[in-house]
Ligand binder design. Sequence first.
Ligand SMILES: Cc1ncc(COP(=O)(O)O)c(C=O)c1O
Length: 406
Amino acid sequence: MTAASPVATAIPSPVAPTVPSPLMATYGRQSVAFVRGEGCYLIDSEGKRYFDALAGVAVNALGHSHAGFIAAIREQVGTLVHTSNYFELPLQTALAAELCQRSGMKQAFFCNSGTESIEAAIKLARKWGSQKGITTPVIIVTEGAFHGRTLGALSATYNAAYQAGFGPLLQGFVRVPYDDVAAMEAAIAANAGNVVGVLVEPVQGEGGVHVPAADYLNKLRTLCDVHDVLLMLDEVQTGNGRCGRYFAYQLNGILPDILSTAKGLGNGYPIGAVLAAGKAAGTFQPGHHGSTFGGSPLACRAGLAVYDAISNEDLIGNAERMGNYLLQGFRTALAGSDRVKDIRGRGLMIGIELTASGKHLVARARELGLVLNVTADTVIRLVPPLIINKTEADFLIATVSKIVQE
Ligand SMILES: Cc1ncc(COP(=O)(O)O)c(C=O)c1O
């Protein structure tokens, strides 16, 4: 055999220094490379194990190397990876049906990421508005929101640093404080006749794991009904079991008109979806939107494998139980700490807000074998795989409490 083994050439040394870097400098990367994952653990190039409380930023719902997920996508890779949306795609139809059944929504469109699912949601709301005769559509968004980095999603996002230098941004967004129904109502009134939708995260993730009042979504639903505008929920991070329901709005017993999701849906295989119900269903017609890769057989097989696991392995119940256990555990372990301002969360989306910047804790946690993330400068964000067990939760409580108090 003359050719080198494909495996040997495909996996470079994970820490090979390259100066100057061939990568655009968009990320401040941590100096560790993970080469393998098992359950809730990552293993680095030196063989050290880490508990993964970041889960690829709320993506690896099933953890790493989930047997059923691997078997499904392995088989699909060997059968059919991609054709095109020019043809019938039975796996896409099956995943759409599964998502609609679990969510209560009526129709799905598949894309490849969270930000794309937001772009699709914005287009869907604008198209719905144009059919009502609205020519200068307004979508009301919130302070602290993160919806993605493409120009439409970035315009909806609340972060001056992310937006700086990328103007002119997309017009047609009005911003109000999060969890403020009166401000939302006033904004709808101030833009009367032009508002097509209200876009919020059921729990703000990047913005600092902000959990709104228990009835916030119910009140937004009522407002949207009264004023004939669309309720658009960004469940890119909160969806697919993470908050202890298939989708977080199910805790409120309501249904949105537009639902965006991604992250956990593919367990690491890129897939996103926008779903429509109520007045928004039926809006998109041939030619209105599209994606070359979106909803490929392989992506949808991955999504179906995720839904199979979260439904049949009680991962949603586990997310709710372990989420409550972690919240209680942190509240007990950190009770009275003058470093902690607040501890909050829904299911396996937990934030510990510190009284000062916590960025340095990421490296300290890594030393102790824990991968976590600090968002909005002061909030430790914990979004572990949905398969986390009690022993692992105890490790998480002990280790995070230790580094906070050190
Ligand atoms: C709530 C929310 N919306 C949208 C996005 C963008 O998703 P993606 O990074 O997959 O494009 C994210 C990513 O963190 C998110 O948390």
